[in-house]
Design a protein around this ligand. Sequence first.
Ligand code: ZN
Length: 64
Amino acid sequence: MFSQYYIDKAPSSNGSFEIHVDTCMNLPVFVNRTYLGFFGSYQEAKAAALKHHAEVCACPLCCE
Ligand SMILES: [Zn+2]
């Protein structure tokens, strides 16, 4: 299933940037997230996110 993916503009406590889908409870507010695109899997979103940040991680609520 395709979803719209976003990445947080602020790093989490471990220094990596969390990836979310647009339906996530923990999705950052609009000004604090960057749109990645419309992808069929987390792995595809992660590949796009790595163009923004060297350290990215899956949100435990929506990406696992
Ligand atoms: Zn999430």
